[in-house]
Design a protein around this ligand. Sequence first.
Ligand SMILES: [Zn+2]
Length: 245
Amino acid sequence: MTDSSLGIVLSTRDYQENDALVKIFTLSHGKKMFLVRGVKKKNSALARHVQPGTVAMFNGKFNFPGLSYLNSVGEDFTPENTREDFEKYSYAIYFLELADKAIEDDEPDAELFHFLVGMLRKLDDGEFDPAALRFVYEMQLLKRLGVEVDFGQCAICGAKQNFKDRTQAVEFDFNFTQNVVGCAKHFDLPTLTPRAAYALGLLQRGKLVKLSAETKEAIRTFTREYYDAFVGIKLKSRDFLDNNI
Ligand SMILES: [Zn+2]
């Protein structure tokens, strides 16, 4: 019997002479490791489908638990632009690696699956700033990684951010000691500019806003420190992005 599922290739690594071990985030069963035989041979029909970021219908023998086997791949979305663009590819690898950390083997997560597919497509399209995509992704993944922060409300006095009218915005900030978002007036030392805190609230709500270089840098520094302090995931792909892009 053949099992099938839509999936996203998270990573691929060589295995023995001609084979590869391919980690796939399947829609039906979450994360699974597949052995793909003969994929490194010149005429392999599967080779192009097992590159990171490919979205496709994967067919084979799914085992629970243990190694699964991939036999064929159906119609897919291949992020062609991303493969040819060093910057986009670096972002894609980071998105995939972070998803890998956020999900467990054999536990489906349809919401994250579709969200990640959307991110990979947007990245490939090139319509949006990849940095804004990254921040949306990082902020929305926090809940799955077991932590939550809300730039929409002050945790101290309850004041709500006004996302409809920028001119009526409350000046928010984040306090690392207390791990809370609050009105800037409650804290002695500033972490973020009001502009960056406001943008974080919008990004957290999935809004791909235009960011100035200064705000981008402030948010990058904040998300990095936040992940380091509260999530505890340090990914090589993120260091690569921060050092090279
Ligand atoms: Zn307040």
